[in-house]
Design a protein around this ligand. Sequence first.
Ligand code: PEP
Ligand code: MN
Length: 337
Amino acid sequence: MIIVMKHQATLEEISAVVSQVEARGYRAHLSHGTERTIIGVVGDDRPLENHQFELLPGVEKVVRILQPFKLASRDFHPENTIVRVRGVTIGGKQIVVIAGPCAVESRSQLLETAYAVKEAGASILRGGAYKPRTSPYSFQGLGEDGLELLAEAREATGLPIITEVMSPEAVPIVGKYTDIFQIGARNMQNYALLHAVGKTRTPVFLKRGMMNTVQEWLMSAEYVLSGGNQQVIVCERGIRTFETATRNTLDINAIPLLKQWTHLPVFADPSHGTGKWELVAPTAKACLAAGADGLIIEVHPHPEQALSDGVQSLKPERFKELMEDLRRLVPALDRTI
Ligand code: PEP
Ligand code: MN
């Protein structure tokens, strides 16, 4: 439940409500908005059903939340969460584009891509050093060597970096290098991993599991938030449906739904969402029109030689054209880029 305080509620009245909540063994999450303070009751609040918080001084109303996620919910935290990474603001008016190769393959491949995406207007560099591959015989990533190359590319271009972490044990090593932890679709419900990144203060980019509902996905975000890490970004990357003509079905519905349900920044991944480079630019535009705060796009200088996801990777010149199109599109959406 959330307890909405009156506009003129005093600090004493707010603390009295917080004490009542805590005395019953719950955690109180305070959200100080411009208009009023909202106190979120964190925990399984069903036993509080009959408690009359409404009667306490300064309380305007008590709203019972039907959704099981709390800290991720917009009811708890009406204002958008803004995540700041090395001078890049995520979740504000500006659309943020993350771009780079699926996997870090070599120094020259990464640096060439990093310079190209920066030049075209991307704000963050992506690249996998540990790859979750369907086949154990496929390229698994360069590991720590890949992380070092990402750090070198950051140094060279000034772009912050994002890379995937696949296990709780790898959180310290990946955290030593990365600016943002990517949690991949296959690990969306790896609760030990969510718990581990929740204990850090590094932003977490949580991709949707390919067979998960929006509610399950926000419950995963809740794991990270309840661990104390408030910097979570969610990313729609397509789900499995009966359609086999595309790699996944990019669930564009989820974008405006998430903007209603959560205050967290919402991203979209048209590369994995479609699996075909020809479909990346049109769906990228659709996702922004639907309200996404940013995009993550795979770019490779030689997609035909890529060790993973070449068929869905844009060549640098195509990425540049897409960025030019987006610069024309976003003013109509009342955003900047
Ligand atoms: C990726 O970003 O390269 C990736 C593996 O994505 P996903 O976890 O969405 O499949
Ligand atoms: Mn990929």
